[in-house]
Design a protein around this ligand. Structure first.
Ligand SMILES: [Zn+2]
Length: 291
């Protein structure tokens, strides 16, 4: 005698019973229909009847809220991040720079730190431990925040696709980012930066960025055609995109980084237009006061 089949309800209701074979309590919940047309039934078990009942109720609630996990998918954090980066958020769905930031956070921090966990078993504490470790090893809290935003976005997508029912990154607490990190430069700082920049090839890039508060990509993306010296205006039309290279050599050149390959091939356009503002154009800055 193993299971009491009679307690398993064929019309889709859950069943909870004690198996005499293993002395444990078992619960079954029908959550839908599988691709092959058979009922998709989830199984839980344990020594304690109350706990098994609680697990069954939890799956029922998830089913009723439409949050139950897809059958047969057991993604690890590493697999999910790689899948998410390569197929779900690959450009052009997001900008290359945003993708780069996600990719670095995944490769450098998330995969080595928590990549082996299954996404449905990842706990907020795993993430909090990772953030703490990063900061203890000298990373700025802002960097840990970037890692936090990355895993949050990746797991939100996993939740939307029903691979997980909860996102632990929504519960995990990222380290507090100090206000000091965005403290503006003093006039004296700016003078020293401009003095140092004067000795460099592209010093105007620093002067323009400091005076007008452009982002790095915007300052680097400026072209002479954007500047009207007579009118004293400057149009911020595009952003320089972080370059990405592939080897172009036919016989391997031996360089580890494709960017150093003598026949390197650009994988991205150099710039992208500023994200369009509804009904607007690129924004203009007055480069000098009209007085
Ligand atoms: Zn090469």
């Amino acid at each position: 005698m193993t299971r009491k089949e009679g307690t398993r309800n064929a019309n889709g209701r859950s069943s909870i019973y004690k198996s005499e074979a293993d002395g444990r309590w078992h619960g079954w919940v029908t959550v839908g229909v599988k691709d092959n047309g058979k009922p998709d039934r989830r199984h839980v078990s344990g020594k304690d009847k109350t706990k098994v009942t609680d697990k069954v109720r939890k799956i029922e609630r998830e089913r009723d809220d439409g949050r139950v996990r897809v059958a047969g998918q057991k993604w690890t954090v590493e697999q999910w991040l790689n899948h998410w980066l390569s197929t779900i958020v690959a450009p052009p769905t997001i900008t290359p720079n945003a993708h780069e930031a996600y990719e670095v956070a995944a490769r450098v921090h998330l995969i080595p730190g928590v990549g082996a966990h299954r996404i449905d078993r990842l706990q907020p504490e795993h993430l909090e431990r990772l953030y703490r470790k990063m900061v203890n090893n000298g990373a700025k809290p802002g960097r840990a925040h970037q890692v936090h935003r990355t895993i949050r976005a990746a797991l939100n997508e996993a939740m939307r696709r029903k691979h997980i029912s909860d996102n632990p990154a929504l519960i995990a607490r990222p380290p507090k980012v100090d206000e000091e990190e965005v403290e503006p430069y003093s006039v004296e700082d700016v003078r020293r930066i401009l003095d140092a920049a004067r000795t460099r090839r592209n010093s105007a890039r620093w002067a323009v960025a400091l005076a007008l508060g452009l982002r790095q990509g915007e300052a680097l993306g400026l072209m002479w055609s954007d500047v009207d010296l007579d009118a004293g205006t400057l149009y911020v039309m595009r952003s320089r995109v972080r370059p990405k290279w592939a080897h172009g050599c036919t016989t391997p050149c031996g360089r580890k980084q494709a960017g150093y390959c003598p026949s390197r091939v650009a994988l991205r356009p150099e710039t992208r237009r500023r994200s369009p503002v509804p009904g607007g154009e690129a924004w203009a800055c007055r480069t000098r006061s009209s007085s």
